[in-house]
Ligand binder design. Structure first.
Ligand SMILES: Nc1ncnc2c1ncn2[C@@H]1O[C@H](COP(=O)(O)OP(=O)(O)OP(=O)(O)O)[C@@H](O)[C@H]1O
Ligand SMILES: [Mg+2]
Length: 414
């Protein structure tokens, strides 16, 4: 099983194995490669990002001592859209017992919606089923009836982004076994069932995006991808201190803090120690002020999303922060101040094997991709999530074209 997380700052690959008798997936290959050709989660240069993916996959393959043919990829970009839809079917079996095929058919039915221009369906999430007059069913399989109805949430992403991921994977010689929206993948690896039951928000602070996923009563309530991330913090430091972006990034990682009030105003950072081409001493307090201002803006945007669904300050299990940006010192205090929620930093759960690298909030997305793959290999359905297997055309030797992807998608259009 393999996952490839194409991120704005980094592309990560995990290769894992399900070993009989072991509950956790065993990680056998891991890699992180700086990304080229992607901005705010959106692929802007397929050639460049394909090279990044090849480097990342080959590096994980070397560690694992095997090569992979297919992987689950993430999809990001802030232009996602949602639609509520319904599907209705007649139960297939003569005795009226609902089987998996009925559930698949009713979900396929719910995908027959008018798609906005340049959008593709990436997820169809079954919220609840109704079997004749029994409503609010989570799992109708095994029950008996005549008419099955589903209420589903359809998540759509930009067609260009879907195409560019397909092209990238094709150029890299990897078949896409599934595409998962980044925040949903990250949520899979760090949130517990209990947190999702109580009410929780996962916030992923990436390099170019901040994505979030809100759950309550075990169900996905809301998800969003905001086009601002931890890379903007670096840019602000570069502008504020008039240094290069590289130096600003080093300052952020080594001396940064999300809370200016915790930093002594007399503390200085000697720039020559960071880069011999720079000179002068900058105030560490000032650096923290720059970081705090940007992160406060990011958390306020996240809070706006929570307000839009009436959940601001109302999620008992609080917020779980992941992504590279979640490693910033004192970020939990700042997040708590802005969101008014208990805060935790999220680490991937459910893995064994080579763990030193994976045990990191920045690995939440790629870990989630691999876990997503396992869920669908071992169980046909999971927590009402359904997916479209429209990405299986690109194998190393298929000679597949974009038209094939298109024709597959057409199946789901009215
Ligand atoms: N220790 C740290 N302290 C603060 N920030 C950090 C730390 N480590 C990494 N970061 C920041 O995390 C960001 C990268 O995070 P991540 O790798 O999760 O992003 P990505 O997945 O590539 O991007 P995106 O998800 O937005 O497409 C960079 O801006 C980096 O500066
Ligand atoms: Mg990311």
């Amino acid at each position: 099983m393999a996952g490839v997380d194409i991120g704005t700052s980094n592309t990560r690959t995990i290769i894992a194995q399900q070993v009989r008798g072991e509950e956790n997936l065993r990680v056998i290959g891991v890699s992180v490669t700086p990304s080229v050709g992607i901005r705010r989660g959106v692929i802007i240069d397929v050639e460049d990002i394909a090279k990044t993916v090849i480097e990342s996959v080959e590096s994980a393959e070397r560690m694992a001592g095997l090569s992979i043919k297919q992987a689950i990829f993430n999809i990001s970009g802030s232009d996602i859209e949602f639609a509520n839809s319904k599907g209705v079917i007649a139960i297939g079996r003569a005795d009226g017992e609902v089987c998996e095929d009925d559930v698949n058919r009713v979900i396929a039915e719910s995908q027959m919606i008018q798609l906005p221009m340049n959008k593709e369906i990436v997820h169809v999430i079954a919220k609840k089923y109704r079997l004749d007059d029994q409503d609010n069913l989570k799992d109708p399989i095994g029950m008996k009836g005549v008419r099955l109805e589903v209420e589903a949430l359809v998540i759509e992403s930009s067609s260009t982004q879907v195409k560019n991921i397909s092209k990238t994977a094709y150029q890299a010689g990897i078949e896409i076994s599934d595409l998962v929206l980044e925040p949903l993948a990250a949520a899979v690896s760090v949130l517990t069932k209990k947190q999702k039951e109580l009410g929780v928000v996962m916030i992923n602070l990436g390099g170019g995006t901040t994505s979030l996923a809100v759950y309550e009563e075990g169900e996905l309530l809301h998800t969003a991808i905001l086009p601002v991330g931890s890379g903007h913090v670096t840019n602000d430091i570069a502008i504020g201190l008039r240094t290069s972006v590289e130096v600003a990034e080093k300052i952020k990682l080594e001396y940064g803090s999300a809370l200016a009030s915790g930093v002594d105003k007399k503390d200085g950072i000697d720039l020559t120690a960071i880069d011999s081409r720079e000179d002068g001493v900058v105030s560490r307090h000032h650096v923290a002020e720059i970081i705090e201002a940007r992160l406060e803006e990011i958390f306020s945007l996240a809070q706006k999303e929570l307000t839009s669904i009436g959940k601001a300050g109302l999620l008992p299990a609080g917020a779980v922060l992941v992504g590279g940006g979640a490693r910033m010192m004192h970020i939990n205090e700042l997040a708590k101040n802005v969101l008014g929620l208990p805060i935790q930093i999220g680490f991937p759960i459910g893995f064994g094997g080579i763990l030193d690298k994976v045990d990191d909030p920045a690995f939440a997305t790629v870990s989630g991709l691999v876990l997503w793959g396992r869920q669908y290999q071992t169980e046909e359905k999971h927590e009402g999530l359904a997916r479209i297997k429209a990405f299986e055309v690109f194998s190393r030797h298929s000679g597949g074209t974009m038209d094939k992807v298109k024709s597959l998608f057409k199946k789901f259009l009215p």
